[in-house]
Every structure is written in C-alpha cells, then in structure tokens.
Design a protein around this ligand. Structure first.
Ligand SMILES: *Cc1c(COP(=O)(O)O)cnc(C)c1O
Length: 237
C-alpha cells in the first residue's frame, strides 16, 4: 500500500524547500519547476504527487516504462510526461508520441532523426534540452562541454522543428559537494556563453536531483528533477 499522505507531504516539503532556497539565492521561486522523477515507481504511488497540482510533470528515464504508465494512467489526473534518460534513435518515434519534452538530447544524429519525425507527426516545434556531461564521467550521457556550442549551432541550422529550450546536466557522483557546485556552475556559464553566441534564450538550465537541488538552484537551475525525496528509494537507477 502506498502511503498517499506521505507522498503528498513530501511534495509539499520539497516545494517549501525550493521556495526557501530560491529566496535565499535571490531568485523568484516561480522560476523553478518541479519535475517528479517517477521511474521504477507504480502509478498508485505517483497519483498523490500529481494530485497536489504542484508538479510541472513526471520524468521517466526509459521509453518502455513510460509507455506502460502513460497507457494505464487513469483519467482525471492530468499530467505531462517528460523523458529524462538516454534515447535510442529507434525509439524516437515512440518517445515523441508519449512525452511532451525530451531533456536528454545528446547527439546531432538523434536530433536529425527527431526533427524529421516531429515534422511528420505534426508536433513542430518540439521542445528539447541538450544534455551536457559536465563531470566528464564515462558512464554519463551527454555531449562534452566543448561540443555543446557546435551541437546547438548545428541543431539550429539542421533541425528547424526542434526548439532547444536549454541545457541539462546530471551532477557528478562525488560526495564532495564542491565538485557538484562546480559542475552546476560550469553548466550555467556554458549556457550563458552559448546563449550569447547563438542569440537563443536557452531559458531552461535543468539541473539538480534529490541530493543536490539546493546547489543547482543557487546556480540558476529552472528545473529540478526529484525522485527519491518524493517517492522513496529505488531498487535500481
Ligand atoms: C533518477 C534521475 C533523477 C532523480 O534522482 P533522485 O536522486 O532520486 O532525485 C534525476 N535526473 C535523472 C536524469 C535521473 O535519471
């Protein structure tokens, strides 16, 4: 049995924390959106969070898992679904049909495939974030920081049906919070530089998870992706 009240209370407390941290960082709390990361958790656990009306949406990291939840989702609990995990090109069509935004665009080839499908499916302009590997960890997806500007330039030129809304990153595995702060700062600086070079607003620097969203908000994040602090610990990532 899901403890609905507990899930609901955790959403309220995260929202309160987001507000405190934003104000402390001289930011407007309304500029920080809460994406609840629903991977591995069943629908019944997600409903009380959605029903608070405080979420921007739900984030899944696998197309197949997202698909089964979207299909079984009950009426009367409107929510938007976001893909935050690596996307293979052969699943792009399915992903576009399920998710309202893809946060993990990590190659020009994937961008070109998506651009073609978006046009064909009548979804243009389709919002995306470019994932950047700010920590350099081999296990992480995302383009290397030096490749981000050329990638955004190419997307602008070759993928007119995609709208690049910003950059996304996942903080380093390190327990040293100064490493995390540095990675988030580097995403912020990269975003500023690419925005100037391309003239794109790139208004969504997306960073911050359960363990590090305070640092992310301090560095200007507009989207925090919170899983375990709302739904509890997962058995797998
Ligand atoms: C799982 C995941 C999260 C959420 O992580 P928590 O630590 O549970 O908050 C955020 N972003 C991405 C890309 C994830 O895969």
């Amino acid at each position: 049995m899901v403890d609905s009240k507990l899930v609901e209370d955790r959403v309220f407390s995260i929202v309160a924390e987001i507000k405190d941290i934003s104000l402390r960082s001289g930011r407007d709390p309304k500029d920080v959106k809460l994406l609840a990361v629903s991977k591995t958790h069943p629908i019944e656990t997600l409903l009380p969070a959605v029903d608070t009306g405080l979420l921007w949406g739900l984030g899944e990291n696998k197309v197949q898992e997202g698909e089964s939840k979207v299909q079984d989702w009950p009426e009367g609990h409107p929510v938007s679904w976001h893909l935050i995990g690596h996307l293979q090109r052969n699943k792009a069509r399915k992903a576009l049909s399920l998710f309202s935004m893809i946060h993990s665009l990590d190659s020009l080839k994937l961008g070109e495939t998506m651009d073609r499908l978006v046009k064909e499916m009548g979804l243009s302009p389709y919002p995306v974030l470019v994932e950047v590997n700010t920590s350099g960890e081999a296990a992480k997806h995302g383009v290397m920081p030096d490749d981000a500007l050329p990638m955004v330039l190419s997307l602008t030129e070759l993928c007119p049906n995609l709208e690049v809304l910003g950059l996304m990153t996942v903080g380093p595995l390190s327990d040293d919070r100064s490493d995390t702060a540095r990675a988030f700062e580097s995403l912020r600086l990269l975003r500023d530089r690419i925005s100037i070079e391309t003239g794109l607003p790139l208004r969504e620097p997306s960073m911050g998870m359960s363990g590090d969203f305070d640092l992310a908000i301090e560095q200007g994040s507009t989207v925090v992706r919170i899983g375990s602090s709302i739904f509890g610990v997962r058995e797998r990532r």
